[in-house]
Design a protein around this ligand. Structure first.
Ligand code: C2E
Ligand code: MG
Ligand code: MG
Ligand code: MG
Length: 280
């Protein structure tokens, strides 16, 4: 127990630990079943400029579980990752997103719209990553320039050289790239300038602390300055209040994503939102 073993020294025959392992295995099997059954679907969270125009959206995976309802990534992503299943989830989300974007691109209201899709480390470093992504573009007929792939700073650290090569290969086809959760990792200007980037996403932890937290505001100012000097777009995520939006605008942030503006929703809800804004 905790007294003799101390934190982190769990014996594998500990009944509590056994229960944890068993639960993990059940979840892993359930994820596999859900993948086969096509239960993973992309929701889309709109992104706006300061004037309130919808400029894009981010695909966020949801598990339409037959018994547990609609689950967010927090309920399954860690286990899916450890089980090596994030590749399959990412692939499915990218395919759905490209199909959706190809359909949206036929409507004039979506002409300047970009759709962001999260990529896991496992997927970026998969040998067939580039061919696979290009295959999905071909199959869905999407314009690659309408797709923005989101990666995190920590993912780049695994193998910078490979990451850069892969990003550049896709960039040649027009794909855009964003760094997600920016400010939480260890990026330097030196290596950021080597990446074919289009956008920095200010992590929601800094946004959440606004207004009132001067440290967070300082970091946001530094991120915006960095983005401007690298000629990148900057978007804030997790914008929940208009005070946050105003402050971000004041400091040069161009785009906003968060519950203040919209939750992640199925495609048809996003379409209805776009229509409403254009009509009002
Ligand atoms: P993320 O890419 O940083 O996405 C932003 C997360 O913040 C989403 O959580 C979104 O629902 C949530 N969010 C948006 N606006 C607000 C707000 O105003 N307040 C608060 N408190 N939260 C807000 P979600 O959907 O649970 O996704 C969590 C993370 O899971 C994502 O973080 C992303 O890293 C990962 N993820 C989601 N979908 C995929 C996917 O298809 N593939 C991969 N590899 N990862 C994914
Ligand atoms: Mg993201
Ligand atoms: Mg993020
Ligand atoms: Mg995140």
């Amino acid at each position: 127990d905790a007294k003799n073993g101390g934190k982190g020294k769990l014996r594998f025959f500990d009944p509590q630990m056994q229960e944890v392992v068993a639960r993990r295995l059940r979840l892993e099997e359930d994820i596999l079943r859900g993948l086969e059954a096509g239960e993973f679907r992309a929701h889309f969270q709109p992104q706006f400029d300061y004037q309130g125009n919808m400029v894009g959206a981010e695909a966020l995976v949801r598990w339409y579980h037959p018994e547990r309802g609609i689950l967010a990534p927090g309920a399954f992503m860690a286990v899916a990752d450890e089980a090596g299943l994030m590749n399959r989830i990412d692939r499915m989300v990218l395919a759905q997103s490209c199909r959706q974007m190809a359909a949206w691109a036929r409507q004039p209201a979506f002409s300047d719209f970009t759709l962001s899709v999260n990529i896991s480390a496992a997927r970026l470093y998969q040998a067939e990553f580039i061919e696979d992504v290009l295959g999905i573009f071909r199959q869905t007929g999407v314009n690659p320039a309408a797709i923005k792939l989101e990666i995190t700073e920590s993912m780049l650290l695994d193998d910078m050289a490979t990451a850069i090569t892969r990003m550049q290969a896709l960039k040649r086809h027009g794909v855009r790239f964003a760094i997600d959760d920016f400010g939480t990792g260890y990026s330097s200007l030196l290596y950021l300038q080597q990446l074919p980037l289009d956008q920095l996403k200010i992590d929601q932890s800094f946004v959440r602390a606004l207004p009132g937290d001067d440290n967070s505001l300082s970091i946001i100012k530094a991120i915006v300055a960095m983005a401007h000097s690298l000629k990148l777009e900057v978007i804030a995520e997790g914008v929940e209040t208009d005070a946050q939006r105003q402050l971000l605008h004041l400091h040069g942030c161009q785009h906003y994503q968060g519950y203040l503006l919209s939750r992640p929703e199925p495609a048809e809800v996003v379409e209805a939102q776009l229509g409403r804004r254009l009509c009002s």
